[in-house]
Design a protein around this ligand. Structure first.
Ligand SMILES: CC(C)(COP(=O)(O)OP(=O)(O)OC[C@H]1O[C@@H](n2cnc3c(N)ncnc32)[C@H](O)[C@@H]1OP(=O)(O)O)[C@@H](O)C(=O)NCCC(=O)NCCS
Length: 271
């Protein structure tokens, strides 16, 4: 077994690994992650049997994601080696991840601690009402202000991700009286349908209005929102047809920042 850098040409094998776990990622979703991340592959006889990615958010924070070892290869420390290979390059940084139940024992061994639950809500969305405050599409010159707002909420700089979203997703913003951006949300294709996220808002009502605006054209289509525990949006999402189908756990190692809980994650991989 050898650990190498994950190459673009291996992403179809990576997609097959994640699909074997019933994860919804399409090849395009892996490609998006790879444009923003460093990747590792575990190879046996040239075949990808494990993956791990690290997404750096500015100089101080990194996320680890897409950690998968093929079922028949588990229990041989391959997951540990994939993670260590990515972590060794960024020692001293705050590391974040979102863990499945299968991943928690490995991450605890590596020094991560649990911080709270994330609810995965999804389904065919009903028709939504109109927002009761003005929500607008983001303009190209809003990108800088969205990056600034996102960094404040997340306590990490993910400008590369927001720039990707500005190009490939629909971005909606809530503005204050002076036109300043108070909250934003993104809608993009992902997995079985669409994801709404990130959703960065100052109140539950603002988050609902951003969702209503973006979901207006999606009635009866599959939509997913991953959200931090304790924000109160879940009953409302349930009424819209987005039921909680799974919970996963936020974990951190070497915490140095104070991020706010999110009404919508960009994805479990990207926080
Ligand atoms: C999580 C996963 C990547 C672990 O891969 P792995 O190669 O089997 O893990 P390792 O062999 O490197 O385990 C490292 C350590 O964690 C411990 N560990 C790993 N999984 C464990 C489990 N399910 N229960 C108890 N301990 C576990 C092992 O005991 C091992 O410690 P040891 O070597 O001192 O005994 C693998 O189970 C997997 O792909 N699961 C499905 C996909 C998934 O959910 N990934 C996590 C996404 S957040």
């Amino acid at each position: 077994m050898e650990i190498v850098s994950l190459a673009q040409r291996q992403l179809d094998q990576a997609t097959a690994l994640s699909q074997a776990e019933n994860w919804p990622h399409r090849l395009q979703d892996w490609q998006m992650l790879m444009t923003l991340s460093q990747g590792r592959a575990a190879l046996r006889d040239g075949v990808v049997i494990g993956t791990a990615l690290r997404t750096d958010y500015g100089p101080d924070v990194s996320l680890l994601n897409m950690i998968i070892v093929q079922r028949s290869e588990r229990g041989q420390r391959i997951g540990y080696k994939l993670m260590s290979s990515l972590m060794d390059e960024v020692s001293g940084r705050e590391l974040r991840l979102v863990a499945t139940k299968a991943g928690i024992p490995l991450y605890e061994k590596l020094g991560f601690e649990s911080e709270g639950e994330i609810f995965q809500c999804q389904g065919e969305i009903a028709s939504v009402g109109l927002p009761d405050e003005e929500i607008n599409p983001a303009k190209p010159d809003d990108t800088h202000a969205i990056i600034e707002l996102d960094s404040r909420f997340l306590a990490a700089d993910r400008s590369a991700l927001v720039q990707w979203l500005a190009k490939h997703a629909r971005l909606a913003v809530a503005r204050g009286a002076q036109g300043e951006i108070l909250g934003y949300a993104a809608l993009r294709r992902f997995g079985k349908g669409h994801v709404i996220g990130p959703i960065q808002a100052n109140s539950q009502r603002q988050a609902q209005n951003l969702v209503c605006y973006l979901a207006a054209s999606l009635a009866e289509q599959f939509v997913r929102i991953d959200m931090d525990d304790g924000l109160g949006l879940m009953p409302w999402l349930g009424d819209l047809g987005l039921k909680c189908v799974d919970t996963v756990t936020r974990m951190r190692k070497n915490p140095q920042t104070n991020p706010r809980p999110a009404f919508g994650l960009c994805s479990q991989a990207l926080g």
